[in-house]
Ligand binder design. Structure first.
Ligand code: ADP
Ligand code: MG
Length: 265
C-alpha cells in the first residue's frame, strides 16, 4: 500500500469477523475511513461497535478479515505497537488510573508516542532525556486543549465523571494519534457538558489534523458532526453513507425501533 497516496483510506476494515463462543459479534464487516473525516459508527446495544474498537486497538483478535491502517496491517501488529502507530482511543467505561493524578494519566498517553528503548531510558541518555521533555510538552498541550490545567494535580477518582472523560480524551490526544477512536463520548455527560461536545470534536479534528471514528448513541451529535456513518446491527453492516442516507435507511429505522421496544419491555 502506498502510504503517501492521498486517495488511500487511512483505515480499511475488510471482512472482519469476531466470534465469542456461539456469539458472532462481528460478521464480515467492511468499511473505510478517509483521511481527515469524522466517521460515525452506530447501532443498537450489542451491535458490535465496541468489539470493532477492540479489534482496532488489538485488545481482541479478528477470527477472519484484515484491518489496514496507514500502510500497516493493523490486525497483525502486536497490541503494544498500536498507540505508537498512531491509533488513540477512549473507552466506553473509562480506563484511567484512578488513584493517579490527571497530569500523570495524561503523561502515560504522551509516552505511548516515543520509541526510546528501555536501556536508553535507564541510562538517562540524552535522547531519553529529550524524549521525556517532549512527552511532558505533549501532555501539557493536551491538558491545555481540554482546559484541564486547574485539575493537573488532582486525583482522578475525586473528579466528576464528565471531567474524567475529558482526562481520558487528553490522554488519547497526548499520544498524537492520526486516528482517534471515541467510544460513546456523550454517555454519562450532563446537559451542559453535552452541549459543548460536538463543537469540541470538530475543533480537535481541525486543530490537530485528526481523523476520527466515533461510536455514539446520541443521534443529534452523530448526525451533526459526522461526514459519513456506518450502521451495524447484530454484527452486520446494515447501512453506510451520509448522515442523511443512514438516518432514513429502513433497516436502521427498524433496528432502532426494535431496540426501543426491547428497552421498554
Ligand atoms: P456494542 O458496543 O455495539 O454495544 P459490543 O461490541 O460490546 O456491542 O458487543 C457485541 C456482542 O459481543 C454482544 O453480544 C456482546 O455480549 C458480545 N461480546 C463483546 N465482548 C465480549 C467478550 N469479551 N466476551 C464475550 N462476548 C462478548
Ligand atoms: Mg459498546
Amino acid at each position: 500500500m502506498n502510504q503517501n497516496n492521498g486517495d488511500t483510506p487511512l483505515l480499511q476494515v475488510d471482512n472482519v469477523t469476531v466470534r465469542f463462543g456461539g456469539i458472532v459479534a462481528l460478521d464480515g464487516v467492511s468499511f473505510d475511513v478517509r483521511r481527515g473525516e469524522i466517521r460515525g459508527l452506530i447501532g443498537p446495544n450489542g451491535a458490535g461497535k465496541s468489539t470493532l474498537f477492540n479489534c482496532l486497538s488489538r485488545l481482541y483478535r479478528c477470527n477472519a478479515g484484515t484491518i489496514h491502517f496507514n500502510g500497516h496491517v493493523l490486525s497483525s501488529e502486536p497490541r503494544h505497537r498500536i498507540a505508537g502507530l498512531g491509533v488513540g482511543r477512549t473507552f466506553q467505561n473509562l480506563a484511567l488510573y484512578r488513584t493517579m493524578t490527571v497530569g500523570e494519566n495524561v503523561l502515560v498517553g504522551a509516552h505511548a508516542h516515543h520509541h526510546v528503548g528501555f536501556v536508553a531510558d535507564a541510562l538517562r541518555l540524552p535522547r531519553a532525556v529529550k524524549a521525556e521533555r517532549e512527552a511532558r510538552e505533549r501532555a501539557d498541550q493536551a491538558i491545555e486543549l481540554l482546559e484541564l490545567q486547574s485539575f493537573t494535580d488532582r486525583i482522578v477518582a475525586d473528579l466528576p465523571f464528565g471531567t474524567q472523560k475529558r482526562v481520558e480524551l487528553a490522554r488519547a490526544l497526548a499520544s498524537e494519534p492520526s486516528l482517534l477512536l471515541l467510544d460513546e463520548p456523550a454517555c454519562g455527560l450532563n446537559h451542559e457538558e453535552l452541549h459543548g461536545l460536538g463543537a469540541l470534536i470538530l475543533d480537535i479534528r481541525k486543530r490537530l489534523n485528526l481523523t476520527i471514528l466515533l461510536v455514539e448513541h446520541h443521534m443529534a451529535l452523530v448526525m451533526g458532526v459526522c461526514d459519513r456513518i456506518v450502521a451495524l446491527n447484530f454484527g452486520r453492516k446494515i447501512a453506510d453513507g451520509s448522515p442523511e442516507h443512514v438516518r432514513n435507511h429502513p433497516e436502521v429505522i427498524r433496528a432502532y425501533l426494535g431496540d426501543e421496544e426491547g428497552a421498554t419491555a
